[in-house]
Design a protein around this ligand. Structure first.
Ligand code: F6P
Length: 323
């Protein structure tokens, strides 16, 4: 029998569609495995402050289709200090919590790792629209975000077509370009600018636009990942150099909201279930991850040292397809 009887669950960092489905899975499968589940509100802040409550099967009714996170989320600065982490651990003891499931992005999983280093048992679940967790091919929220961006871009394309303009769209992703690259391919963007690849304005932006115009194109889509620059200045410069009327759109937080797609709901459900299965088997300090399309669990220290590379073939394909 595992000594883990009571588990806490929290969401941390930027919210992502599907987090609710993951919370639901943790609560329901946790109870199914005979554990008590406690919700920790507002991420690591709530842990430090003892904003913790007991959850039951009905606490997670009617949330699977909702964006955001019912447990709320915070980017917690205190948790970057040893004092903050120790406070979190002693508050977990006050509430009788034996292990914590942390759902969030890179910073949140690092917070989980720090808890583990100070003796708390943890399981991390990758949840971020950025899909930038090195150890996992997939993060909860990514698919919904891609579809939201694609939907917006299809609308932008209509007006770019009508006005024969160049539309520059800035998408989220922090330091990663997965959203930009995949939506770029899905929408046939003329130019995709990624933080992972240095770019030359004339060669990588102006040249494909002018060459496209010479081949008969009349409107253009440029996608820029936020980590690579700003849409407004890029649009202004394109217009100045090419004389093609250009407009910038910054999609912003619309990319983080909305009802999760089937893929996000299913991934969140199986990742949440895997987390409680591990704890019920007495296994902890792992990150649940998708590797070669299979659900695995990876030691948390190793998971956070793993990096993933942009797929060069996909970048090349995006260039060919936009000719
Ligand atoms: O990590 C998710 C994300 O949406 C990033 O893409 C973006 O850079 C960041 O969070 C924005 O954070 P905030 O909502 O705190 O401004």
């Amino acid at each position: 029998m595992s000594e883990i009887k009571t588990i806490g669950v929290l969401t941390s960092g930027g919210d992502a569609p599907g987090m609710n489905a993951a919370i639901r899975a943790v609560v329901r499968t946790g109870i199914y495995h005979g554990m008590t589940v406690k919700g920790i509100n507002k991420g690591f802040n709530g842990l430090i402050n003892g904003d913790i409550f007991k959850m039951d099967l009905r606490s997670v009714s009617d949330i699977i289709h909702k964006g955001g996170t019912i447990l709320k989320t915070v980017r917690c600065q205190d948790f970057k200090t040893e004092e903050g982490i120790r406070k979190g651990i002693s508050m977990a003891e006050v509430f009788g919590i034996d292990a914590i499931v942390v759902i969030g992005g890179d910073g949140s999983l690092r917070g989980a790792r720090d808890l583990a280093r100070f003796g708390m048992k943890v399981i991390g679940i990758p949840g971020t629209i950025d899909n930038d967790i090195g150890c996992s091919e997939y993060t909860i929220g990514y698919d919904t975000c891609l579809n939201t961006v694609q939907d917006a871009l299809d609308k932008i394309r209509d007006t770019a077509y009508s006005h024969e303009r160049c539309s520059v769209l800035e998408v989220m992703g922090r330091h990663a370009g997965y959203i930009a690259l995949n939506v770029g391919i899905a929408s046939g963007a003329e130019v995709i600018i990624l933080p992972e690849r240095p770019f030359d304005f004339n060669k990588d932006i102006i040249k494909p636009i002018i060459e496209g115009r010479n081949r008969g194109k009349k409107h253009y889509i440029v996608i820029i990942a936020e980590g690579a620059g700003g849409a407004v200045s890029v649009a202004e410069k394109i217009e100045e150099i090419t004389r093609i009327e250009s407009r910038a759109t910054i999609l912003g937080h619309i990319q983080r909201g909305g009802s999760p797609t089937v893929r996000d709901r299913v991934m969140a459900s199986i990742m949440g279930a895997k987390a409680t299965e591990l704890l019920s088997d007495g296994i902890y300090n792992k990150v649940v991850a998708l590797k070669e399309n299979r659900l695995v669990s990876i030691d948390i220290e190793e998971a956070l040292e793993t990096t993933k590379e942009m797929d060069n073939d996909m970048i090349e394909l995006s260039r060919i397809l936009s000719l």
